[in-house]
Ligand binder design. Structure first.
Ligand SMILES: CC(=O)SCCNC(=O)CCNC(=O)[C@H](O)C(C)(C)COP(=O)(O)OP(=O)(O)OC[C@H]1O[C@@H](n2cnc3c(N)ncnc32)[C@H](O)[C@@H]1OP(=O)(O)O
Ligand SMILES: CC(=O)C(=O)O
Length: 542
């Protein structure tokens, strides 16, 4: 049997049926382009009978010149009507899509309850609709809704539905686990049984994740003979989502030896997943298999010690095969191996056998115990390690800061910060306003530094998070502030912890600016040690 699998992406249709996922026509066009680059065979763009946004997508997608087939979704004709007069079928034809995905009922209970019609009329609706679209020259993918529930309730009828669609000319018969309640062994045996009885049918599988089995069910169907796989990027979709193509594709290709999108394109998987999550404005779970930020992140000291010897000890594949990468995290679960690995990444000579290195490890663990989290604040960690290794020359020293927050009735609240630093032996005193206390502090600190370090102009804060660390302790609790900063090329994260949110923010802010100036700090140190300019470092070195 062929080992080639046709990947059918329904992110733009079933994916947008997920809560919190909404895509404009422009968003859909961007994602379609990305999916095409990934090498999927079909892109289901939407439902032209549903809304004008989808109609616009189909109008414009032809201009992109994609290789994937564009397919438009709709249901079989309404009961007791004529297919060529059915508005939804005609919208599919008018959309100009090369293929139609036609959903039809295959569970007798649904025919009676949802459609409120007879089993015979439903078969006629399927036959007439498929035949009409075929006469109009479209490829037809027939999605048999609730096929597995239907098969369990009335196998003869569910099978008759698929046979009717085939008789009318459907190119693909897709079995749907619409309610997501079927288990892998059931899927495998039902697909195998239908495949044995109609061996010349092109079978597909469409599963939902209500039992968290959509990926497993898809693999089971493929092993039983399905050759088209329908799913979405990041598993977006109705209720608990659709089968996640970001897991299915590597599982099929790397574990089961099927040909889906090829070795080279598989390397774009992580980038595609993150791109779609950005456009959809839905955060990706860090622990998402294969493509998540933590999919190959190692935290436990025992794990890190082993992966440094051979990454196969704790990695099931090479992360780069799916475009991801290995990360080592530093936390209170870290052993010396985590820290050695981080230090090596930074080009530091860090010998765990030496007394000073052991002190840094203890200090990191102690800070983690106080509430700092270095796994989310790589830049603060780097500063700490460089400081401990005597690598840093401090460019400025802190003397004091003061905050003023004023609210007058009927006026917006006003924040002003006053900062005193010593830079290169000079006392620098600045004041600045902001739309909040942290913004005012940031402005005042920037104002103090920019005259000495113009590189500060290039960076800005891009994210700010506060977390109360011991909620039981109410107002006496500590807070942790995490700040993300960016310049044109990089982003970096810093952390501050205190019983006072302004002080925690200040710590994270100062680290952010020290990190932005790291290249300069290292050069000054090199210059002080009279290293030749050729061995000194670039201005912003991260
Ligand atoms: C399993 C799936 O994911 S299927 C796709 C689900 N996605 C969506 O529903 C999103 C897009 N849907 C829509 O925009 C609208 O529902 C439309 C335009 C398709 C229809 O809108 P309306 O005409 O207002 O109908 P409404 O949504 O209230 O009800 C669905 C109708 O479709 C009928 N219907 C449902 N499935 C089918 C089917 N397979 N074949 C024919 N008719 C069907 C229902 O019986 C009902 O008709 P009735 O009210 O005459 O009994
Ligand atoms: C067709 C479809 O989306 C389903 O049955 O779930």
């Amino acid at each position: 049997m062929s080992k080639s699998i046709s990947i059918f992406d329904t992110t733009l249709r079933d994916g947008t049926q997920g809560e919190g996922v909404s895509l404009s026509a422009d968003d859909k066009l961007k994602i379609a382009k990305k999916l095409d680059e990934l090498g999927v065979s079909y892109i289901e763009g939407g439902i032209p009978g549903s809304n004008s946004k989808d109609i616009e997508f189909f109008k414009r997608v032809g201009q992109l010149g994609l290789n994937a087939k564009i397919t438009a979704f709709g249901s079989t004709r309404r009961k007791d009507s004529i297919a060529d007069q059915d508005a939804n079928l005609n919208r599919i034809i008018e959309s100009g899509a090369q293929a139609a995905t036609l959903v039809g009922k295959s569970w007798d209970f649904h025919v009676h309850t949802a459609l409120q019609t007879t089993l015979e009329e439903n078969l006629a609706m399927i036959y007439d609709s498929v035949a009409y679209l075929k006469r109009k020259g479209l490829e037809v993918i027939f999605d048999a809704e609730h096929f597995f529930d239907g098969y369990k309730n009335n196998p003869e009828y569910a099978v008759a539905v698929l046979k009717k669609a085939k008789e009318a000319g459907a190119d693909w018969l897709v079995m749907c686990d619409t309610n997501g309640g079927t288990l892998p062994h059931e899927i495998g045996s039902i697909v195998a049984s239908f495949h044995a009885s109609v061996p010349d049918a092109n079978l597909g599988i469409h599963t939902h994740n209500d039992c968290e089995l959509a990926v497993a069910n898809t693999l089971s169907a493929v092993q039983a003979g399905a050759r088209q796989v329908q799913g979405t990027i990041n598993g977006y979709g109705e209720r608990c989502g659709n089968a996640n193509l970001c897991s299915i594709i590597p599982n099929l290709q790397l574990k089961l030896g099927y040909e889906c999108i090829g070795e080279e394109r598989l390397k774009q998987l992580t980038n595609t997943a993150r791109y779609v999550s950005e456009i959809a404005n839905v955060n990706m779970p860090v622990n998402q298999p294969y493509v998540g930020n933590a999919a190959f992140a190692h935290k436990g000291g025992i794990h890190v010690s082993a992966i440094l010897r051979d990454s196969r000890t704790y990695e099931h594949i090479v992360p780069e095969w799916v475009g991801n990468k290995q990360r080592v995290l530093v936390s209170d679960l870290a052993g010396q191996s985590n820290i050695v690995s981080k230090a090596q990444d930074m080009g530091l000579d860090f010998d765990p056998a030496n007394e000073q290195s052991r002190k840094v490890i203890d200090k990191i663990k102690d800070l983690e115990h106080q509430g700092y989290t270095f796994e989310a604040a790589d830049a603060s960690l780097e500063l700490l390690l460089r400081e401990a290794g005597g690598e840093m020359k401090e460019l400025f020293t802190f003397e004091s800061f003061k905050m003023l927050v004023e609210k007058t009735a009927g006026q917006p609240v006003m924040s002003e910060a006053f900062v005193k630093l010593n830079v290169a032996g000079n006392n620098v005193y600045t004041a600045a306003e902001g739309n909040g206390p942290v913004n005012a502090l940031d402005n005042a600190l920037r104002k103090a530094l920019v005259q000495y370090f113009p590189a500060i102009k290039e960076m800005h804060l891009s994210d700010y998070k506060v977390r109360v660390l011991d909620e039981k302790d109410a107002t006496a609790a500590k807070v942790r502030v995490l700040i993300e900063s960016r310049d044109i090329n990089n982003s970096w994260n810093t952390v501050g912890v205190s019983g006072n949110v302004i002080e925690a923010s200040w710590e994270a802010l100062v680290d952010s600016m020290r990190y932005a100036l790291l290249g300069q700090a290292l050069n000054e140190r090199d210059a002080a040690q009279e290293l030749p300019a050729s061995e000194q470092r670039g201005l912003v070195n991260h």
